[in-house]
Write a protein that binds this ligand. Structure first.
Ligand SMILES: CC(C)(COP(=O)(O)OP(=O)(O)OC[C@H]1O[C@@H](n2cnc3c(N)ncnc32)[C@H](O)[C@@H]1OP(=O)(O)O)[C@@H](O)C(=O)NCCC(=O)NCCS
Length: 186
C-alpha cells in the first residue's frame, strides 16, 4: 500500500482517475452487472451499459474516467459539460437540459464491493469536482442522486456539495446538489 500524494490524509491510499479507454470497457461491463451498481445505475429507463462505447469514442459532452486505488481500477466517474450537452444532443433528457455555460454534472460508482464505505468515494468526488472547478473553469458542479440513495448523498455532502432543490428526471424524483466555484457570481 502506498501512502504518498495524499496530503489531506496520509493514512489513506492514493485515489485518482484517468481518462477511460476502449480497453477499460470489459471491466466496466462487469461492474455494471453487480447488484449495488445495477440497481442504482442500470434500472429501466436509464441509459443501457453499452452506451459506454459512445462515451469512450467521444460525443462532445460526456467525459468518462476510471477510478484507481493506487494503480488498481475500482470504479468509474464521468463528467458532462451541460452547456455542450444542451447544444449538441438532439434530444436532451433528465434534469439538466437547459444549463448555462460553466455548468457541469458528475456521476460515479465504485464497482468493487470491497471498496465501498471506506471514504474513497468522498475523497474522489472532492478531487474530481475540484479538478473541474480549477482546470475546466467550471462555475458549478451538479449531481442528482435519488433521495433514497442516502449513502451517496452523505458522500457528496462530505465532498462539499449542498442540496439546492428537488427535480424530476422523467423517471423519478431526484435531489440536486451543487458545488460552486468560490469566484463564481452566476
Ligand atoms: C455512492 C458511492 C460512490 C459513495 O462512495 P463510498 O466510498 O462508498 O462512500 P464514503 O465511504 O466516502 O462515504 C459514505 C458515507 O455514507 C455513510 N453511509 C453508508 N451507508 C449509508 C446509508 N445506508 N445511509 C446513510 N449513510 C450511509 C457512511 O457511513 C459514510 O459517512 P460517514 O463517513 O459520515 O460515516 C458508492 O457507495 C457507490 O459507488 N455506490 C453504488 C453506486 C451509487 O450509488 N452511485 C451514486 C449514484 S448517484
Amino acid at each position: 500500500m502506498k501512502y504518498n500524494n495524499n496530503y489531506e490524509n496520509p493514512i489513506m491510499p492514493d485515489i485518482h482517475f484517468r481518462p477511460m479507454e476502449e480497453g477499460d470497457i470489459p471491466v466496466y461491463l462487469d461492474w455494471a452487472k453487480r447488484d449495488h451498481v445495477k440497481t442504482v445505475w442500470f434500472i429501466d429507463g436509464y441509459e443501457p451499459p453499452d452506451y459506454i462505447h459512445t462515451k469512450v469514442e467521444g460525443n462532445g459532452y460526456d467525459f468518462p474516467f476510471i477510478l484507481l486505488l493506487d494503480d488498481q481500477p475500482i470504479g468509474y466517474i464521468v463528467y458532462c459539460d451541460l452547456y455542450a450537452y444542451k447544444n449538441i444532443c438532439k434530444e436532451p433528457s433528465g434534469v439538466f437540459t437547459d444549463e448555462p455555460p460553466g455548468s457541469y454534472c458528475i456521476d460515479l460508482f465504485i464497482g468493487e464491493e470491497s471498496h465501498l464505505n471506506k471514504g474513497y468515494g468522498t475523497q474522489l468526488v472532492k478531487k474530481f469536482s475540484d479538478m473541474l472547478l480549477t482546470q475546466k473553469q467550471a462555475k458549478r458542479v451538479l449531481i442528482d442522486p435519488s433521495p433514497e440513495n442516502t449513502r451517496a448523498i452523505r458522500c457528496y455532502e462530505k465532498a462539499g456539495f449542498k442540496p439546492i432543490r428537488k427535480g424530476h428526471n422523467g423517471r423519478e424524483e431526484v435531489i440536486i446538489l451543487e458545488k460552486r466555484s468560490t469566484t463564481c457570481s452566476m
